[in-house]
Design a protein around this ligand. Structure first.
Ligand code: ZN
Length: 471
C-alpha cells in the first residue's frame, strides 16, 4: 500500500469499506494471471483486483470508482492477443471470474442465458448435455470467458456457418461507467423497438460498459461431423475447393481453415503431433461438415472430396475415421498457442481482406517480409472462408522500433487491399497505432464521441481501442 498515490487512496478506502478488506486483492495477493494476456503483454503490478459475485456488486464497485475517477480494467479469461485486458499500474482490474453460472437453457426458444465469467467450453458442454448447440468456438475455449468473447466480438472456427459472436447474441446486460445497469436480456430474434443498444458493448472491448450477462442463440445439435485435412496445389485451388464444398454440402460447411506449408510443419514439431499428410505440399485445408444424418452426410462428404480430387483442386487428403482422429486434426489448428510460447516474442497478425484476394495478399505480405527481414520466420494460416488471415512473425527482435517496421510491412499491404488490421482479435493496446489504416478519421471521431457520451470521465479500460486524440 505504500506506493499508492494520494488520489487513489480514497477510492481504495471506499472499495474496502463497501466490499470488505479481504475482497480487495492488492500487492502479493494479486496472482500473476491478472497481469498478462496470451499476447505476452503484461504489467508488474496493479492497484487492486476485484472479483464481483453479482451485477449488483459490480454496479456498486463502478459507482465508487466513478465517484473517485478511479480507472478500471474489465477482465475475462485473459486469452486475448492485443493487451485489451491487461491493466496499468494505477488501474483496478475487475475480474468477472466469479460470475460464471449458466443460468438457463431454453430449447424451445433456442437460447442459453449465461453470466459473463462463464468459461466458453463449460457453456458449450452444458448446452450439448441439454441437447442444444452453442456455435461459438475458438482455440482458447477452455480458458476464455463469454463476457470477453462478446466484448471483443470473438470470431473463431465456426464463423463461416454461424457468424461472429455478435451474430449469436440476442440479449445482453451491461453496467455503465457510473454503475447504471442496462438490462437488455431479450430472448427474441426480432426486436426493432428502437435502437439495439447491445451492439454498443459487443466489440467495444470494455470501453463503453462492462458486460455482465447475455442471452445467446442456440442451434440444433449436429448429429455428427465429417472432418478432413487436404492438400491443395495453391491458394486459388483452395478457393475453388471452398466454393465447390459450399455448393455440394448446401451450407453445411462448418469450418474451412487454411494452413500454408510452414505452419503445418512448425505445429507438428512444436506440439509433437502426427502429420496427417506429407509435409511437402504448398497449402493445406482443414474442413468439416456438421449435419443431422451421419450416414448420408458421410457419403455426400466423401463424394464432394472425390469430385475435388478429379478437378485437381485437391492433391492429397485424409478423412478422419473417428472422433479421436478428428480431434487430432483440430489439434493442428488449435496448437498455435504452443507456437506463440515456443517462438516468443511473436507478433500476431489478424487481418482480413475480401476472400477472393487473400492468396494475393498473403503473397504480397510474404514478399515484403522476405525482402526486408530475410531471416524472419513467418507462419501463415487463417479462417479463409471468412477472409481472415493470421500471420505469426516468430522470434521477433525485442526492440519496439524493429517490431514497428515488421508491422508496417504487413499493415501497409492490408491498407492497400482495403482490408482490416484486426479481423477478430480487436485493437487493445497493441494495435491502436494502426487503427487509422482501416478506419477513417470520421469513424474514429465517432468512436471518441460515443466514448465521451457513455464514459465522460474515461474510467473504463483507459488507453484501449481508441487512439489518443491527435495521434
Ligand atoms: Zn482466428
Amino acid at each position: 500500500m505504500t506506493e499508492m498515490q494520494g488520489s487513489t487512496l480514497p477510492a481504495m478506502e471506499a472499495l474496502m469499506a463497501a466490499l470488505g478488506e479481504g475482497e480487495v486483492l492488492t500487492g502479493a495477493d494479486v496472482g500473476a494471471k491478472y497481469l498478462e494476456d496470451w499476447s505476452g503483454a503484461k504489467v508488474d503490478r496493479v492497484l487492486a483486483v476485484l472479483r464481483p459475485r453479482s451485477t449488483e456488486e459490480l454496479s456498486a464497485i463502478l459507482r465508487i470508482c466513478h465517484a473517485h475517477g478511479q480507472t478500471v480494467v474489465p477482465q475475462g479469461g485473459l486469452t486475448g492477443l492485443v493487451g485489451g485486458g491487461v491493466p496499468g499500474r494505477q488501474d483496478v482490474a475487475i475480474s468477472l471470474e466469479r460470475m460464471n453460472r449458466v443460468e438457463a437453457i431454453d430449447l424451445d426458444s433456442g437460447t442459453v442465458t449465461v453470466q459473463a465469467g462463464a468459461i466458453l467450453q463449460n457453456v458449450q458442454e452444458a448446452c450439448r448435455d441439454a441437447g442444444g448447440f452453442l456455435a461459438l468456438d475458438l482455440g482458447a475455449r477452455g480458458s476464455c470467458q463469454v463476457g470477453g468473447n462478446l466484448s471483443t466480438n470473438a470470431g473463431g472456427n465456426r464463423v463461416i456457418r454461424y457468424g461472429m459472436a455478435r451474430d449469436l447474441v440476442l440479449g445482453l446486460e451491461a453496467v455503465l461507467a457510473d454503475g447504471t445497469v442496462l438490462s437488455m436480456m431479450n430472448q427474441m430474434v426480432k426486436n426493432n423497438a428502437g435502437m439495439d443498444l447491445k451492439h454498443l458493448f459487443i466489440g467495444s472491448e470494455g470501453t463503453l460498459g462492462i458486460v455482465t450477462r447475455a442471452v445467446l442463440k442456440l442451434h440444433p445439435l449436429p448429429a455428427g461431423a465429417n472432418t478432413a485435412v487436404v492438400a491443395t496445389p495453391d491458394y486459388a485451388s483452395a478457393l475453388r475447393f471452398l466454393r465447390h464444398a459450399q455448393k455440394r454440402l448446401s451450407g453445411q460447411v462448418s469450418a474451412f481453415e487454411i494452413m500454408w506449408n510452414e505452419y503445418l510443419s512448425t505445429i507438428v514439431d512444436s506440439c509433437g503431433l502426427r502429420a496427417p499428410l506429407s509435409l511437402e505440399h504448398p497449402v493445406y485445408v482443414l474442413t468439416d461438415m456438421q449435419g443431422g444424418q451421419p450416414e448420408a452426410d458421410a457419403e455426400r462428404f466423401q463424394a464432394m472430396l472425390e469430385e475435388a480430387i478429379e478437378a485437381g483442386w485437391i492433391i492429397d487428403g485424409a478423412v478422419a475415421q473417428s472422433v479421436a482422429e478428428a480431434e487430432e486434426f483440430w489439434a493442428i489448428r488449435d496448437g498455435v498457442a504452443d507456437v506463440l510460447r515456443d517462438f516468443a516474442p511473436t507478433i500476431n497478425f489478424d487481418v482480413s481482406v475480401p476472400v477472393g484476394r487473400i492468396g494475393e495478399c498473403a503473397e504480397r505480405i510474404r514478399a515484403n517480409l522476405d525482402a526486408q527481414f530475410p531471416a524472419l520466420k513467418a507462419l501463415f494460416f487463417g479462417h479463409v472462408g471468412d477472409g481472415n488471415l493470421h500471420v505469426v512473425a516468430c522470434s521477433v527482435p525485442p526492440e519496439h522500433a524493429a517490431q514497428v517496421r515488421i508491422e508496417e510491412a504487413v499493415y501497409s499491404v492490408v491498407r492497400e487491399f482495403g482490408g482490416s488490421i484486426s479481423a477478430e482479435h480487436g485493437i487493445g493496446t497493441l494495435k491502436t497505432d494502426w487503427l487509422g489504416y482501416s478506419r477513417s478519421p470520421a469513424e474514429i471521431a465517432t468512436m471518441r464521441a460515443l466514448k465521451q457520451a457513455l464514459d465522460p470521465k474515461g474510467i473504463l479500460n483507459p488507453g484501449k481501442l481508441i487512439p489518443p486524440a491527435g495521434a
